[in-house]
Design a protein around this ligand. Structure first.
Ligand code: ZN
Length: 448
């Protein structure tokens, strides 16, 4: 078995060989816990869950360590807690509990370690002290800053050459920075903000910058150099670029991780998701309407590096596909991907091809293999059945009856009997069923 993965740093797809096959190590940047996670946040969680399952399949479940951090110290957290009049701890605890419940509902395995930033302040300070001692960081006005020009090959991940960055001056650069690209490793805290005794001889208590936490937690749990570092494409610059700078300069290593993997952007119904556009969708809102497994399949219908367009139609199609799989799959099977599915995943997680392979297994001889594949991906029959049951109850008519009427309407349409086709559409509408016609056929949903 040969796994090929695309590495953002070297811009190539190449064969994955772990540093230590007995302990394959993966780090993925996790959530900043101040609000419900949105559907864009679900993408890396689902994508790297599939990779985690694949690595466990190849190397053995006990031979893989997956670390996903929790950012529980951040200015957005402080602001939100103050706004709600609750303690920072209460806010981060409840938000984290919601996140855990959401991603479990999406069928994702919990990582082996979920370290919290606030429990790794000591490691962050050690890294900061090392960077100051080796001239890669400096103290200015009670801040510690990373000196970007101290690292000649800074900018390799995001392909931003250093001299270009030095030439491009910005308007509002903090006056204590020697260079406008220098970034914060530690900053002083004001009264009422979370604070810890500062490193590097700074008297005022302070708190860490965001980037340093991932360098500290990956070091603590995976070592100075590890196999895979993942996250969303939006993290390439500055977050991952700065993680690389901190870790490599602190440990004097040529690489931080051997593979840098990034999932593409997510849009909603063809538009950028934003609160101002009113199309901001949380995972919780999706789970109010759909089983987590349908959302999971909808996400995997696009290869992880491609941008994804999150649509109602995509969810409807995923539901149809998943129902179709479970309708023919054997009731039980050992979690194991079918050979064609495995082949597709070994090629840089080609999930659309894997799903096409699953469709090809929808025949009597494929029942067991399909069931094993569904279990491998973490799809659960009971979750889907429960939802289908609830849907049927909500509309108080059997699913078969709806499908019979849709076929009758399609037959009427094929015969150009528009009066009959409209009559059936109205009959279904009266039952609360809304139809959507497309070139691929007719789908239905309970009108909301
Ligand atoms: Zn990170």
């Amino acid at each position: 078995m040969e796994l090929k993965l695309y590495d953002t740093l070297t811009r190539e797809k190449r064969v994955f060989r772990p540093l230590d096959p007995a302990n394959v190590r993966m780090y993925v940047c996790g959530p900043t816990v101040y609000d419900f996670a949105h559907i864009g946040n679900a993408r890396p969680v689902i994508v790297f869950d599939v990779l985690y399952r694949l690595l466990r399949h190849i190397y053995g479940a006990k031979q893989v360590t997956y670390v996903r951090n929790i950012t529980d110290v951040d200015d957005k957290i402080n602001a939100r807690a103050a706004e709600q009049g609750i303690s920072i701890r209460d806010l981060t605890e409840s938000t984290y509990a919601n996140f855990k419940a959401d991603v479990a509902a999406l069928g994702c395995l919990p990582p082996d370690v979920e370290p919290r930033a606030t429990e790794h302040i000591g490691e962050m300070k050690t890294l900061i002290e090392r960077l100051v001692a080796s001239g890669h960081a400096y103290v200015a006005e009670e801040h510690v800053l990373f000196s970007v020009p101290s690292m000649p090959d800074y900018g390799k991940l995001s392909k931003r050459p250093l001299d270009e960055m030095i030439a491009g001056a910005r308007v509002d650069v903090a006056p204590y920075k020697r260079h406008d690209q220098d970034f914060v490793l530690w900053k002083p805290s004001k009264e009422g903000e979370p604070a810890w005794p500062s490193p590097a001889g700074i008297a005022t208590p302070g708190r860490p910058g965001w980037h340093i936490e991932c360098s500290a937690m990956s070091w603590k749990h995976l070592g100075e150099t590890f196999d895979i570092h993942g996250g969303g494409i939006d993290l390439v610059f500055p977050h991952h670029e700065n993680e690389i700078a901190q870790s490599r300069c602190a440990f004097h290593t040529p690489v931080m991780a051997n593979f840098w993997m990034h999932n593409g952007f997510l849009q909603v119904e063809g538009e950028k998701m934003s609160k101002s556009l009113g199309n901001f969708v949380t995972i919780r809102q999706v789970l109010d309407d759909w089983p987590g497994d349908v959302a999971r399949l909808a996400m995997l219908a696009t290869q992880y590096r491609q941008p994804i367009n999150w649509t109602l139609k995509g969810l409807q199609e995923a539901e149809k596909a998943l129902s179709g799989f479970f309708d023919v799959a054997a009731n039980e099977a050992e979690a194991r991907p079918a050979p064609g599915v495995l082949d597709a995943l070994l090629d840089d997680l080609n999930t659309p091809r894997a799903i096409a392979e699953m469709h090809a297994l929808k025949h009597a001889a494929g029942r067991k293999s399909l069931a094993g594949t569904l279990a491998f991906f973490g799809f659960r029959r009971d979750v889907l059945d429960e939802w289908r049951q609830a849907q049927a109850q909500a509309i108080a008519i059997p699913r078969d009856e709806i499908e019979r009427l849709i076929s009758a309407r399609n037959a009427a349409r094929a015969a150009k009997n528009w009066a009959e086709s409209d009559r059936i559409r109205d009959e279904l509408a009266a039952m609360g069923i809304q139809l959507t016609d497309s070139k691929d056929g007719t789908t239905w949903e309970v009108a909301r």
